[in-house]
Design a protein around this ligand. Structure first.
Ligand code: DLL
Length: 454
């Protein structure tokens, strides 16, 4: 962590390595032995598969095709006999084809817009809402939030699962919610000041924007009541987190989830293992597979995360292919929890760009830029074709202090970034230096790639 003032005794103790006294929301679930966890998962998996088979025609048909019945699930490894599900299934059955309860029992709908085509919609009954808020309550507690915190929401309260999902769970823990919603950054800063906000819930890219706008307004983040940044919804690279922590004088943790299996609350970062997130294993069975073959990778190896929610009644989903790349470890954590931890997701199997035959991940660009003095974490990759050949440009935003009127100096700086990128990406690209503030900010998930070839 960068040089900073830590606000709050619990956070200070945790960051000094003293985890023993930190509260754990649900010790029975979060600190069970590995055998207990696996036994509970198996019991729930059997019930979930039976629930799904009996109520959802799509799964019944697929399982019949594969020759597998609910009674065949006798061990956790038997999960591999079940069909995979991916986004296309939810699209093809839009809106209610996978629902397993009558609509009168569905208390809330959420949707994910996706980048192309139809959205997908998910529903929750009262039981699902309880599970969801419970998962969030435990996750925010492991992130350093305590009852009585004042949590200001900067996620949108629309169909996106981020806003309401975090809202219910934070309230369940005992926080005061400040439902500001997304956008209107100056107002967010005024509200932090006026209401004594202690927790900001946002995407990390938007939190950085809040930080920058506050600095421009002359707001003193060090003296602010804000102490925790609760991030999620998009990757939070270590350099971005460190920058926000040192400039806003807060501790930032990030949590992971996706609409199709619930929303936020699938896994979250504790204060001990800062690059990993604890999976709520009593509610989610995880697998890590080779994205190309669907076969399991070796223990602790990187692959695509596949999730089977174990407690989902309104819209059960079996073996959901997340496309998120990670690895999972099961050793107990210094925080005292025994639940498996997934490495924070930096890239997806489907965000890989192929530039003139070379595979490029946006996270590689991010890592190169984070090692260069004088540039901000805001960037954009633009890909198009010229005369049938792929071209990649990287728009890099300068910090005010590195902006200069000297063409020669700027050109040398630009070329040095091009060389560094080429050394890592193994394919040439053009760098365009953008003035401070020149890369568009979003209130939600940042858009880092514009692929004009599609
Ligand atoms: O983004 C759920 C969420 C909201 C999680 C707020 C945490 C906080 P979707 O819009 O369906 O749901 O997008 C899910 O976003 O498959 C990942 O690729 C990415 N993602 C979500 N959280 C993280 C994270 C919500 N902490 C997709 N780190 C997922 C990296 C994340 N990627």
């Amino acid at each position: 962590m960068a040089d900073m003032t830590v606000k709050g005794a619990a956070l200070a103790a945790a960051l000094a390595g003293n985890f023993a006294d930190l509260p754990i929301y649900d010790r029975r679930a979060e600190c069970a032995s590995r055998d207990e966890i696996r036994a509970l998962q198996l019991e729930k998996l059997k019930a979930q598969v039976a629930w799904t088979y009996e109520r959802v025609a799509w799964y019944r048909a697929r399982m019949d095709e594969l020759g597998v019945a609910p009674a065949d699930i006798q061990t956790l490894d038997d999960v591999r006999r079940l069909p995979f599900t991916d986004k296309s299934v939810l699209r093809d059955t839009f809106p209610y084809g996978l629902f397993a309860v009558p609509m009168e029992q569905v208390v809330e709908l959420h949707a994910s817009s996706g980048t192309t085509g139809k959205p997908i919609v998910v529903g929750y009954n009262a039981h699902d809402m309880d599970v969801w808020s419970d998962c969030i309550a435990r996750m925010v507690q492991m992130a350093g939030v305590v009852p009585g915190d004042r949590a200001q929401m900067a996620f949108g309260y629309g169909m996106f699962t981020g806003g309401f999902g975090l809202h219910y769970g934070l309230q369940k823990l005992g926080c005061t919610m400040i439902p500001a919603g997304s956008g209107n950054t100056e107002r967010h800063i005024a509200m932090i000041e006026d209401y004594g906000t202690t927790v900001l819930v946002a995407t990390p890219s938007y939190a950085l924007h809040v930080c920058e706008v506050g600095e421009k307004m002359g707001y003193d983040w060090e003296k602010s009541t804000l102490r925790v940044g609760l991030f999620g919804g998009e990757p939070c690279p270590p350099a971005l987190k460190a920058e926000i922590e040192s400039r806003m004088h807060i501790v930032c943790t990030d949590n992971y989830g996706l609409t199709e299996v619930m929303g936020p609350g699938v896994s979250g970062e504790c204060l001990a293992a800062r690059d990993m997130q604890h999976i709520a294993e009593d509610h989610f069975l995880w697998e890590v597979v080779d994205p190309a073959t669907g076969e399991p990778v070796g223990e602790g190896e990187v692959g695509e995360l596949v999730l089977t929610p174990l407690d989902k009644q309104a819209i059960p989903v079996l073996r959901y292919r997340t496309h998120d790349l990670t690895r999972v470890v099961c050793e107990p954590c210094r925080c005292g929890r025994t639940t498996a931890r997934m490495q924070k997701v930096r890239s997806r199997s489907d965000d890989m760009l192929i530039i003139r035959g070379t595979n490029v991940f946006p996270s590689q660009v991010e890592d190169v830029l984070s090692g260069i003095e004088g540039v901000t974490p805001h960037y954009r990759i633009v890909v198009d074709t010229q005369d049938g050949l792929d071209r990649m440009a990287v728009h890099v935003e300068l910090k005010p202090e590195s902006f200069s009127d000297s063409f020669e100096a700027m050109d040398a700086f630009r070329r040095s970034i091009e060389e560094k990128l080429k050394g890592v990406l193994l394919v040439g690209c053009k760098v365009r230096l953008v003035e401070p503030g020149g890369i568009e900010r979003t209130t939600g998930k940042a858009k880092h790639v514009e692929d004009l070839r599609k």
